[in-house]
Design a protein around this ligand. Sequence first.
Ligand SMILES: NC(=O)c1ccc[n+]([C@@H]2O[C@H](COP(=O)([O-])OP(=O)(O)OC[C@H]3O[C@@H](n4cnc5c(N)ncnc54)[C@H](OP(=O)(O)O)[C@@H]3O)[C@@H](O)[C@H]2O)c1
Length: 452
Amino acid sequence: MTEAVTFVILGASGDLTERLLLPGLGTLLATDPEREVTLIGVGRSEKPEEAWRDLVRESLGRGECGRTQLERVAESSRWVQVSAYDGDDVAELLGDLDGPVVLYFALPPTATEAAVKALRGRDLPKDLRLALDKPFGHDYASAQELNRLITDVVGEEQVFRVDHFLGRNTVLNLLGVRFANHIFEPVWRADHIDSIEIIADEVLALEGRAGYYDGAGALIDMLQSHLLLVLSLVALSEPARLDANELHNLMLHTLRSTHVFGDDPVANSRRGRYTAGTVEGKEIGAYVDEDGVDPDRGTETLAEVVLEIRNQRWAGVPITLRSGKALDGKRSHVVVRFKEVRHLPEGLDGKTSANVLTIGMTPHRIGLDVSTNTGNDRLSLSTTHLDADLGDSDLRPYGEILGRIFDNDHLLSVRGDVAEECWRVLEPVICAWREGKVPLRDYPAGSDPDHC
Ligand SMILES: NC(=O)c1ccc[n+]([C@@H]2O[C@H](COP(=O)([O-])OP(=O)(O)OC[C@H]3O[C@@H](n4cnc5c(N)ncnc54)[C@H](OP(=O)(O)O)[C@@H]3O)[C@@H](O)[C@H]2O)c1
């Protein structure tokens, strides 16, 4: 039996709640019908109870939640009009609830910081858990400051930092592929691996998200959190067991050895911004003409950084992280390129190619390029691509993550020091870009990211 929890969402009238949190919760309830969750939405404005319950019904339903559970959660759910900035009111609300209570900050980052600050020195329930969505700070110093602030309010063991990439079964699959396959783990090192790419390219443009995105850009929105966490799992040393402490220690250990390749952010990073173009047959306007964008900010919509991990296992292997908007295709995968064989027997000819392992994050696939003898000429080589569809999980990433938080399991949350280290790794790039040392290049929407 799982423990009954009260789930309080601050900023519940926002996009995250409607589009991701509640549908994710819907999938959790669908896969675990016995789970008991009392839901409370909190916001500054008044909302009729029925309007809130209708929103809950509709959003949970998008997560394929069954009718009975959906009605149970919606009917017991309520809306509370309180400002997240008013620490007394929030503490009073929390004090009246049955525990354990999960308090989710579904607020813009600056509001989250102010709301956490407002809870300092208040009398809070002992079994309170705080859940905060990324970004965790806006640079290394502010991430440290935010962590100090949070741990002034509750202990780190009560904090769950949420990066939904860690809730993707495809990301966790990296651990299975690596550690449960004899053909991979022994060669998972610089002696055998030539390079690694971790890519999250989108065909989507801004889609009305200027309010958040124009202040962040691709580097901070995607590389600084999601892709660096994926990198820490790709390059992880072998855990003795998969518990939160062990996993977070090893992620931190990997990140602490991670640096911009050659300590040269100018040569090893690039940034771009889309101009008008065509993506999948659809006309897309220039980023600078989108509503709410300030062109003078110079926000990038494509970011690429090459990193290296300075340890025995990985030194010298370039690891490229890249993400961009309005590109010619959606790609969300990890590509591991192995080295060419050292020698080919005489008489075996044709085109050899290095083995390439592709682990798809969306869709969930795995592919491997191998050199084989094919066709009529038995001594002639070519590349064969093996590919398997691993199927999607019934649980959406936010469902997976909420389930862990409700169970008080930190495995898929981001520990404070890991969050800080992600900022530390990219700090030289952020500085170089801020100082204008890396040009912001235009690329027409629909471009191939390798040639723009
Ligand atoms: N949306 C996404 O796709 C997404 C994805 C990943 C992570 N996140 C993260 O999730 C968090 C919430 O994102 P969101 O898109 O839901 O944000 P949002 O829609 O901009 O804001 C959420 C709610 O916060 C309250 N709010 C807004 N500005 C405020 C202010 N200055 N002071 C106090 N309250 C304020 C509003 O509720 P009331 O007016 O009712 O109080 C608003 O409905 C952010 O940290 C974001 O980075 C979002």
